[in-house]
Design a protein around this ligand. Structure first.
Ligand code: ATP
Length: 368
């Protein structure tokens, strides 16, 4: 078990800043996912926590102990890479035993731990197999087994599911989450795949261009994105963002969008120009002539629902419509929003403007 704190962590490669003065508390026993587009600094952050890379400045503590410049083996943290952490010339049992032999543990203890891990991962029947005979999923499980058999304080995983096909990825996500429920070992997991992040994480840390933009629950990053980038990066299709040219004042309860009044949660901040954010599943189509009017320009079928694009005076608005109501391209429709689900961003700073609802979320995070 471990609490990892990174404080003002900074990493430059010559003039290029890969991680910019990042601070983060990774709580004991939590599954934390570092999520962001390619090149945003996820792996560099993970490698600094592992000790494979030293920061330019800043500090990393593990259970209160400064480990910033300790070597990887002095940190009691296990790094799980993709599949290649296995030794191809050794059998399954030998692969599991190897890290424990290296630690000099007695044979009885090694056997006890191996049997325990084999039972957790349901690979007991493979213990005497050769590596070359294992299917992809069993190899992945064995790679995880190699990490958990050491009983480290924390797991660090860099896109461990990256090479798997979509169906198998989903299965391994479920396995990993179940494993975490059982072991409750602090885990830091890197991915650029938001579905993986949503399925696995207690906390998601969204990064872009070396910066941490938001560290929050999956519900928090989805419902209360800290900025326009997070709003667009999380969710498919992304959040609708509609310009409010007249801006917003603190304390207002409604804004004008294309001449129509739209109710919003009580706003605490103010901005000269703003963006109103609403997720497609909180947009309803209606016949009400008082609603924002527009013409359907595109209809996409998603199996369980339609995504309907409505061309309005305020721009394109995407709505998620139940599959029973097949809308038609060219139809003129009204668009309404679930008031309590709208969020506002400052159009210049691109940051979320606080509202009663976002503040209530922050309070619940701090106490939860
Ligand atoms: P990816 O998923 O593509 O690996 P990432 O978010 O994990 O992306 P990092 O691997 O942390 O990104 O890299 C962040 C940036 O730092 C990238 O632009 C990368 O090219 C750069 N970088 C990483 N390691 C080095 C290095 N040793 N020397 C120079 N630049 C580096």
């Amino acid at each position: 078990m471990a609490e990892i704190i990174i404080n003002q962590l900074h990493k430059s490669f010559a003039d290029f800043v890969a991680v910019r003065n990042s601070s983060l508390k990774l709580e004991d026993g939590k599954f934390v996912v570092l999520l962001g587009p390619s090149g945003c600094g996820k792996t560099t952050t993970l490698r600094m926590i592992a000790g494979l890379e030293y920061p330019t400045s800043g500090q990393i503590t593990l259970d209160g102990k400064d480990v910033t410049y300790l070597r990887p083996r002095e940190r009691d943290i296990a790094m799980v890479f993709q599949l290649f952490a296995l030794y191809p010339h050794m059998g399954v049992r030998e692969n599991l035993a190897f890290p424990l032999k290296n630690e000099g543990l007695p044979k009885a203890e090694i056997d006890r731990r191996i049997n325990e891990v084999a039972a957790i991962l349901r690979i007991e029947h493979l213990m005497n197999s050769r590596l070359s005979s294992l299917a992809g999923g069993d190899r992945q499980r064995l790679a995880l087994g190699r990490a958990i058999v050491r009983q480290p304080k924390a797991f660090l995983m860099d896109e461990p599911l990256g090479t798997l096909d979509a169906e198998f990825r989903e299965l391994m996500c479920i396995e990993l989450r179940k494993l975490h429920e059982r072991l409750k070992t602090t885990t830091v997991f890197v991915t650029h795949d938001q579905n993986e992040a949503m399925a696995l994480a207690d906390h998601i840390v969204v990064m872009n261009q070396g910066d941490i933009l938001q560290a929050d629950s999956p519900e928090g990053v989805y419902n209360f994105p800290s900025c326009v980038f997070v709003a667009q990066f999380i969710g498919r299709p992304p959040m609708n963002l509609l310009p409010l040219s007249q801006g917003v004042q603190a304390g207002v309860r409604e804004v004008k969008l294309g001449g129509v009044s739209v109710a919003i949660p009580l706003t605490i901040g103010h901005a000269n120009s703003a963006l109103l954010g609403i997720r497609p599943e909180h947009v309803m189509l209606t016949n009400d002539p008082q609603a924002i009017q527009g013409k359907i320009s595109q209809v996409e079928y998603f199996g369980s629902h339609w995504i309907v694009v409505v061309d309005t005076e305020s721009g394109l608005i995407r709505a998620m419509v139940p599959k029973t109501n097949r809308p038609n391209e060219g139809d003129v429709v009204g668009v309404q929003f679930k008031t309590e689900r709208t969020v506002l961003f400052d159009a210049v700073s691109q940051q979320l403007l606080a509202s009663e609802t976002t503040q209530a979320h922050q309070r619940s995070m701090n106490h939860g």
